[in-house]
Design a binder for this molecule. Structure first.
Ligand code: X8Z
Ligand code: ZN
Length: 631
């Protein structure tokens, strides 16, 4: 985990030790600045490693004790990092070598939840952060009888609490129900059940917002949201404008996919469940957060469509177990010329859900010691979806290994969207041709099934775009104070309506805290990175396809085995965060800006097909006034 990649608390990770003080004010010369960053890096590396180890144990063995122990170390780390961050201001206005200036900037931005200087508040903030993530990990929905069965009338055991005669479900089981069931009662129960874990977090989250804002203000930021938007080698406002530009590029494709999916779901579930011209209820899209829709492909694909590869079935047929899925992922990276994973990856990672203890199941990739101790924590199952996630996570680990030669403060993604894009860019090469090459598929289907495959891909990649954008739109409003706790849920669904055209399946109130049911909110992991990664991964993929000499439609490219593509990727990874991302992007792709052109090229044939399917059907949705307004 370490900084971004990992979610945890924050972020972080790098930190100065509790007892360590920032050096006592020598004259602000370039030499003093260099000594300052050197000391900060040393201290933060040492304390960061301790914080990582404590977080690892807390996330893979949730108990009150591991939570407390982890919180203590995170606090030391965060307090130290904040002290260094505050110390950077001494060098404001001093002419410095570029690498030193960059390190000072990164140091100032390194925490995602900067603690206030008041030690009591810093301790409170860290406990809240660690506790919220642990509570998400513990999230369990218990109910009398089985999922989807009618609940006994009033007076029965309260939903979510009693465990006596009840059946209890955690996120993997509830997610599986959303994938496999076609019974709207089961789907609704699973959706509602998972969302019932969040309300107890609401007050603590509101306090967390307050405290981290205090820390951000001490650093000179208006609020935490502004601080997050300042980490992209451009002014925060320019960054917001970039997001809007990218969204407008892809929005027509999303709207077309939304309309098509709505029509097909309407045919499956009827007018009462899915209005022909309105928003899609969030429980019918095959994913707890309606963020990726690939699981409803069997429902929405045209009956007459040529069959596509069902990766879940292939993995089962071949008896590929979870470690073997990781071996395939590793094999892809080594085929590009990267070293294989260290032995300790296999002995220290948590690849599947343990039966005997509570863990944070949400997948993450960790870099414990900034050298070779990389790990993955995941409750992986043998599905096509998790096969892709395995590649996503491994992308983080290969990035971490590639930049381990950089100074501590540069050991990071070019920006956080790059960190999220690498494994996905690789996974775009999981084509039928690739599956055949590695022996998972006997015979690649004919090109007649290309449209189906593109539809399947779009349901994951394109459907995600507005979701990837709106999580932080919500958080930025919360951090800025524009949205207060009295409006948290309303504001959440207003954004879901505006960007996604998705509605809650049952009425919601402010007693609900639906953002809290999404991991990255209680875990305080910034989310815009995933939106950026969705766009960037196609840029990187196209660049590597070109390097591999691919010709023909972009979506058929696999750069598996291409040392030339691997060398290009390695150059980008090895640079870490040592230079502005615009430069490394340019070297890799010839493009200086993030741009959805490659993504649009990939899906161009599908867009034409979707427009044809949508002819004569409503496209788009209107948002009722009571949904779009917050107070
Ligand atoms: O959180 C993740 C990864 C870990 S960085 C599993 N992702 C986002 C999510 O699950 O919400 C990957 C895609 C978006
Ligand atoms: Zn990731």
């Amino acid at each position: 985990m370490r900084r971004h990649v990992a979610f945890l608390l924050a972020a972080l990770l790098t930190g100065a030790s509790a007892g360590a003080q920032a050096p006592a004010s020598p004259a602000p010369s370039p030499a003093a600045a260099r000594a300052f960053v050197d000391s900060a890096e040393r201290e933060l590396a040492t304390l960061g490693e301790k914080a990582n180890r404590a977080s690892w144990v807390a996330a893979t063995y949730i108990t009150d004790d591991t939570e407390r122990l982890s919180a203590d170390v995170q606090e030391r780390y965060a307090v130290a990092a904040q002290r260094w961050a505050l110390g950077t201001t001494r060098f404001d206005g001093v002419q410095l070598p570029a690498d030193v200036r960059r390190k000072l900037t990164l140091l100032k931005l390194s925490l995602v939840a900067p603690p206030p200087s008041d030690p009591a508040k810093a301790a409170e903030l860290t406990r809240l952060a660690v506790g919220l993530e642990a509570d998400y990990g513990r999230g369990t929905y218990c109910r009398p009888g089985k999922l989807g069965e009618p609940l006994p009338a009033a007076g029965a055991a309260p939903v979510g609490a009693a465990r006596g005669d009840s059946t209890c479900y955690q996120i993997n089981a509830l997610s599986r129900a959303l994938v496999e069931s076609r019974d709207p009662n089961v789907l609704l129960d699973a959706w509602r059940g998972w969302h019932s874990i969040a309300p107890p977090m609401k007050d603590r989250y509101a306090r967390f917002v307050q405290l981290s804002n205090e820390g951000a203000r001490e650093l000179g930021f208006r609020d935490v949201g502004v601080m997050w938007r300042s980490g992209y080698d451009m002014p925060a406002d320019a960054f917001s404008a970039e997001l809007e530009r990218l969204w407008q590029q892809v929005r027509p494709l999303y709207v077309a996919l939304h309309a098509y999916t709505r029509t097909r779901l309407n045919q499956q579930y009827g007018d009462a469940a899915v209005p022909k011209d309105g928003m899609i209820p969030a429980h019918l899209l095959g994913n707890m957060w309606a963020q990726e829709w690939g699981n409803v492909f069997p429902i929405v694909s045209p009956a007459a469509a040529a069959p596509t590869v069902d990766l879940t079935k292939l993995l089962a047929a071949k008896g590929t177990d979870v470690p073997a899925m990781f071996r395939f992922g590793e094999g892809f990276f080594t085929s590009l010329g990267f070293d294989s994973l260290p032995k300790t990856f296999w002995t220290r990672s948590m690849l599947t859900k343990p039966r005997d203890r509570e863990v944070v199941c949400h997948a993450s990739a960790w870099d414990i010691d900034a050298q070779d101790d990389v790990r993955i924590k995941m409750c992986a199952e043998r599905t096509g979806e998790d096969f892709v996630t395995v590649h996503h996570e491994l992308g983080h680990n290969f990035y971490q290994r590639a930049y381990k030669g950089q100074p501590f403060l540069f050991q990071n993604g070019a920006h956080d969207g790059f960190h999220e894009a690498i494994g996905d860019a690789v996974a775009l090469s999981i084509t039928p041709g690739y599956l055949q090459q590695v022996g998972l598929l006997a015979q690649a289907p004919s090109t007649a099934s290309d449209t189906s495959r593109l539809l399947q891909q779009a349901l994951d990649k394109v459907a995600f775009l507005p979701f990837g954008l709106l999580i932080d739109q919500w958080r930025w409003q919360v951090f800025s104070g524009q949205v207060t706790p009295a409006d948290y849920n309303r504001a959440w669904w207003a954004l879901r309506a505006k960007y996604q055209g998705v509605a809650p399946p049952v009425a919601r109130t402010e007693a609900d805290f639906d953002p809290g049911a999404k991991y990255h909110v209680p875990a305080n992991t910034p989310y815009t990175r995933y939106f950026l990664a969705r766009v960037l991964q196609f840029q990187l993929y196209r660049a590597m396809c070109r390097e591999a000499g691919h010709t023909g439609p972009l979506y058929r490219c696999s750069f598996y085995g291409s040392k030339a593509a691997g060398a290009k990727l390695a150059r980008l990874l090895e640079a870490g965060q040592s230079r502005p991302w615009q430069e490394v992007l340019f070297e890799m792709t010839g493009e200086r800006r993030m741009d959805a052109g490659a993504m649009m090229e990939y899906f161009a044939p599908l867009k034409i097909w979707l427009d044809r399917q949508n002819a004569g059907h409503p496209v788009g949705w209107t948002v009722p006034a009571q949904v779009s307004q917050t107070r």
